[in-house]
Design a protein around this ligand. Structure first.
Ligand SMILES: Cc1ncc(COP(=O)(O)O)c(C=O)c1O
Length: 514
């Protein structure tokens, strides 16, 4: 990519004339206005419209389960309309959406600007663009990604677009393999998640995700940063984090010595997503990345979940790591996904392609989203001013702290759980019920029934996670979120109490609130 801005060309085609004609523009505006009129009727959490709506929805859900081969985890089928953080479901019920399809709707539901962009995209003859049929939307989208990645000092120079995070990671892995051929090993963190393609399921560290998949990819697992273990390792003059990082460097060097020149890449999920919203000190990642650089191993940042959501557009910039990154992947809130790489990693022709890379509507909506992220006040500034994402993270933590103080009995501490609140930026988690799977799953379902959609993450411990639509969240939304959460937690806690009274077991130690 050269560094000229992607400028709007003068109308030199009938296509351009069609898109900019008064009739087309006013048609689009009419649809957007009509959408807003209906969207504004969605004002708060509510139940289904009527008993008939409930019945026909239940019948539909049975058919859906039949077609799909299993029921949905939540009976969540959208009506196609929402309003900010509120989403309407097919039966007319309305929920407060704090998970947004696992991080897809950063600007909430039925946003007029995003809808306008998507409709403009839909007015193209090419529904799905691909590597042999691109319109300019694909280049506009990629150009913003590359420009923003370079602003923080990374050398990422190219973006190859594709339709899913898993596919972006597949492309990234191929790029790493080709550059370092014949090196065939991959280094990854314990508890990482990278998608569900055959290879990513093997690298991802979840037993369920690779059940029945023949293991053909050679992966060496490193421990992720563990704040509790690191704190405990303090000895004399040397801080615990320093000793923990030194131990991990040693561990990594052992792998490299065991398999000299056989590692093509180290995949970094800078904040682990599915693995439990685990964070690490920037110095931890930096130390690992320096070892990679010294040993000619590609540093590959999987930002599919972190992208857009932390305190900078790219999490590697939020952590000051841009200069180390050779390859990066983005997805989810961007709508269209991408594998990005430096000039050095630009692969030979023939390695990457694909019939489809994304829909024209998705590319237009994605470009609108990237533009807003770039031009808005979401991220921290270099003068230290905090952005909107950091502000909401603080509010989230304050609400969790207040909940813990009010109900210490819901937040028992144990050998796995020491912090009840965590994450980074728009990746937010809380850990009630000792991080045990069964009550946390129950809590997610109880929240859904009460009108709040969220999800879980982690393995052991498990956490309640939120990927809220911070692009539209206002401060006053948080008390509403926590009011519903508290009600759902009370339900689950009372179920636990009832089952405990039927089946005697020792009381858990409550959390000390001092
Ligand atoms: C870090 C990370 N990488 C990759 C993926 C896979 O993305 P997709 O589901 O779009 O294939 C995910 C999805 O959750 C993810 O969190």
């Amino acid at each position: 990519m050269n560094d000229k801005p992607a400028t709007q060309t003068a109308a030199c085609s009938f296509g351009e004339e069609f898109r900019s004609s008064d009739a087309t523009r006013s048609g689009i505006e009419q649809i957007v206005a009509e959408m807003q009129t209906h969207s504004q009727k969605i004002t708060d959490i509510r139940g289904p419209r009527s008993s008939e709506a409930t019945q026909s929805f239940e019948e539909f859900m049975e058919l859906a389960a039949d077609v799909r081969g299993r029921p949905l985890l939540y009976p969540h089928v959208g009506s196609g309309l929402g309003n900010g953080p509120l989403i309407e479901l097919m039966d007319g019920s309305v929920k407060l959406d704090m998970i947004t399809g696992i991080g897809v709707h950063f600007f909430g539901h039925s946003d007029p600007g995003i809808a306008r962009a998507a409709i403009e995209g839909a007015a193209s003859d090419t529904v799905m663009q691909g590597h042999l049929m691109m319109n300019r939307e694909a280049f506009d989208f990629a150009k913003i990604l590359v420009d923003e990645a370079q602003k923080g000092g990374s050398k990422l120079a190219h973006a190859f677009l594709c339709g899913s995070g898993a596919m972006a990671n597949e492309n990234a892995l191929k790029v790493c393999y080709q550059k370092h051929a014949p090196a065939s090993r991959v280094i990854a963190f314990a508890h990482c998640f990278m998608g569900r393609s055959v290879t990513m399921a093997q690298i991802g560290d979840s037993a369920g995700g690779r059940q029945g998949i023949p293991l053909s990819t050679l992966v060496d697992y490193m421990p992720f940063y563990d704040h509790v273990a690191a704190r405990r390792m303090s000895a004399g003059e040397v801080s615990g984090p320093t000793r923990y990082i030194d131990m991990c460097v040693w561990h990594l060097e052992q792998y490299i010595a065991r398999y000299p020149k056989q590692h093509a890449c180290f995949i970094f999920e800078l904040v682990q997503g599915e693995g439990g919203f685990n964070t690490a000190l920037p110095d931890f990642h930096k130390a690992m990345m320096e070892v990679c650089r010294d040993n000619d191993i590609a540093v590959w940042a999987d930002e599919v979940q972190t992208f857009g959501r932390t305190e900078k557009m790219f999490c590697f910039d939020a952590l000051g790591l841009g200069e180390y990154v050779d390859v990066a992947c983005v997805g989810k809130m961007s709508q269209v996904c991408a594998a990005m790489y430096t000039e050095e990693y630009n692969p030979q022709p023939g390695l990457l392609s694909g019939t489809f890379l994304g829909s024209s509507a998705g590319l237009k909506a994605g470009t609108e989203i990237l533009t807003r992220l770039r031009d808005g006040d979401y991220y921290n500034k270099s003068d230290g001013t905090k952005g909107r994402i950091a502000h909401h993270h603080k509010l989230f933590r304050e609400h969790v702290d207040a909940l813990v103080k009010k109900h210490p009995e819901w937040f028992p501490e144990n050998h796995r759980v020491h912090d009840f609140c965590g994450g980074f930026g728009g990746m937010m988690k809380l850990t009630p019920f000792g991080g045990e799977k069964a009550p946390i799953m129950k809590l997610c379902r109880a929240c859904f029934d009460e009108g709040l959609i969220l999800f879980y993450c982690g393995h052991d411990p498990f956490h309640v996670r939120m990927l809220p639509p911070l692009g539209v969240m206002q401060d006053e939304h948080w008390p509403r979120v926590f009011e519903v959460l508290e009600r759902a937690m009370a339900r689950v806690a009372s179920e636990i109490e009832t089952s405990a009274s039927n089946e005697p077991r020792p009381m858990r130690k409550p959390y000390a609130t001092n």
